[in-house]
Design a protein around this ligand. Structure first.
Ligand code: F0G
Length: 464
């Protein structure tokens, strides 16, 4: 028997490598510029309308798009598909409970299902739910209940060049003011999204989480995490927050969850799986209400809309995501992408965050006004030039004709364990080439659009 390898990585080498080797490959198809031009036109200049087969590097999302490990695939074969009390549920439960310390752990099919259940039992008309920045589905589920979703992130979050290490932090003064203004009885819970996806994938410090917890305690209000990217947030705490360099990521994760009364998790991110979600609750009475709803729309409490094999993949994924070699490679590759774009003159949300790089589209093409959708123009240019699919987070997503959002962003989200450094070098080259020819980019106009969430289905055309 060989002895097991030391847990600590040799750090003498400067080159950071992907801490895995590749066992299965999925070919990607090279296409020509003429072909992509045709595809783009057919899709109405909306990349949601493009078939994945026509995309070379897909940076649309990091959600559910990761590669599973050989151990996860082995788990898929071991999946116990029993309706109630399956072995796979217990593996999932034990793993999540070991990481988070929660007793009430409900599996759901994905993050928004956890949100829907949580807000159905806590929100409703007249209620207000603060967050650093609500993700779209969180906001939509809160509003669907009749409540109001408000964003209280620190002002630094809106300054591209600010190098604040925790740009996901909540503005504590604004939170206090909100408590004063609307009254604690109108605030069923306060949330923090870690990392803050809508605000540039930026982390929240433990100091800030503790301050939110303290304020919540003073008002007897529960504190929840939207913890989709909890491991990435914890690793950034280890790297950036004083006093945490020598803690393990597992210890930091536990400290984060120990502060919370509950959490919603989309396991399609740091669960390292293609589907799945979790709802964590501390309080038994609330958990009982949540279980009743879970059974109503998701499935029995020991599978919650997932197959036994999915629960196996999650149990393994939640273990692998805490490996520091993995997190080091993961965060470093996103940082590498961001630093190289900055070095080439492209303004991004600084410093690079956890799962994605966000380009400042206003700066990228100053000749295109908000009404001409600068972010979408960059997205189209990247696809046309190099077959890369990014996503606009700006006037097309949030504007409704008369108001433009503060920031026009293009998100390059990096799927987990999928692309290598040479893929990222290709992306860097493509963005910089498009940037060097940016004066050729044309504004767009909407020719067909739906009343809600128009960015998914709108059709656009270029304005000559
Ligand atoms: N919360 C955050 C912070 C998210 O980023 C997402 C999903 C969700 C909740 C909802 O989870 O998709 O499993 O229902 N974000 C994906 C993205 C879709 O592309 O950023 P879900």
């Amino acid at each position: 028997m060989r002895t097991s390898a030391p847990a600590k990585t040799e750090t003498l080498m400067k080159t950071i490598i992907e801490p895995f080797r590749i066992k299965t490959v999925e070919p990607i198809r090279m296409t020509t510029r003429e072909y992509r031009e045709e595809v783009l036109r057919r899709a109405g200049f909306n990349v949601f309308g493009i078939d994945a087969v026509d995309v070379l590097i897909d940076l649309l999302t990091d959600s559910g798009t990761g590669a599973m490990s050989s151990e996860q695939w082995a788990g898929i074969m071991r999946g116990d598909e029993s309706y109630a009390g399956a072995r796979s549920f217990h593996r999932f439960y034990d793993r999540v409970s070991a990481i988070t310390g929660f007793e009430h752990i409900l599996p759901t099919h994905q993050g928004r299902a956890s949100e829907r259940i949580l807000f159905e039992i806590t929100a409703g008309p007249g209620k207000v739910i603060p967050n650093n920045n609500h993700f779209d589905t969180t906001r939509a589920n809160i509003e669907h209940s009749g409540a109001k979703a408000i964003d209280l992130v620190i002002d630094d979050a809106r300054v591209f060049k600010s190098r604040h290490p925790f740009k996901g932090n909540m503005d504590i003064d604004k939170l206090e003011l909100t408590f004063k203004k609307v009254g604690a009885e109108s605030i069923p819970l306060v949330m923090l999204t870690v990392t803050n996806n809508s605000g540039g994938g930026q982390p929240v410090s433990l100091e800030n989480m503790r301050a939110v917890r303290k304020l919540c305690d003073a008002h007897d209000t529960p504190f929840f995490l939207d913890a989709c990217r909890f491991a990435e947030n914890a690793y950034l705490i280890k790297k950036r927050e004083e006093g945490y360099a020598d803690k393990t990521v597992g210890e930091i994760v536990r400290e984060m969850f120990d502060l919370a009364d509950g959490a919603t998790i989309s396991a399609k991110k740091d669960g390292l799986a293609n589907i799945g979600g979790v709802l964590l609750l501390r309080e038994s009475e609330l958990a009982q209400k949540a279980r009743n709803l879970l059974i109503l729309t998701e499935g029995f409490v020991t599978y919650g809309g997932l197959a036994g094999r999915d629960l196996e993949a999650l149990a393994q994924g939640f273990e692998e995501v805490l490996q520091e070699d993995y997190l080091h490679y993961r965060l470093r590759s996103v940082e590498y992408l961001g630093e190289n774009l900055l070095a080439g003159g492209v303004q991004i949300v600084e410093p690079p965050g956890g799962h994605a790089i966000y380009i400042d589209a206003k700066e990228f093409c100053p000749h295109i006004p908000a009404a001409g959708f600068p972010g979408q123009a960059v997205v189209c240019a990247l696809y046309r030039h190099a077959g890369i699919r990014a996503v606009e987070i700006g006037s097309l997503m949030f504007g409704n004709g008369d108001s433009a959002p503060d920031m026009e962003l293009v998100r390059l989200a990096v799927p987990r364990r999928v692309y290598t450094q040479s893929h990222l070098d290709y992306v860097i080259e493509a963005v910089l080439e498009v940037y060097s020819q940016r004066d050729k980019m044309k504004p767009l106009r909407v020719v067909e659009s739906a009343p809600h969430l128009r960015h998914f289905t709108a059709r656009l055309e270029e304005v000559e």
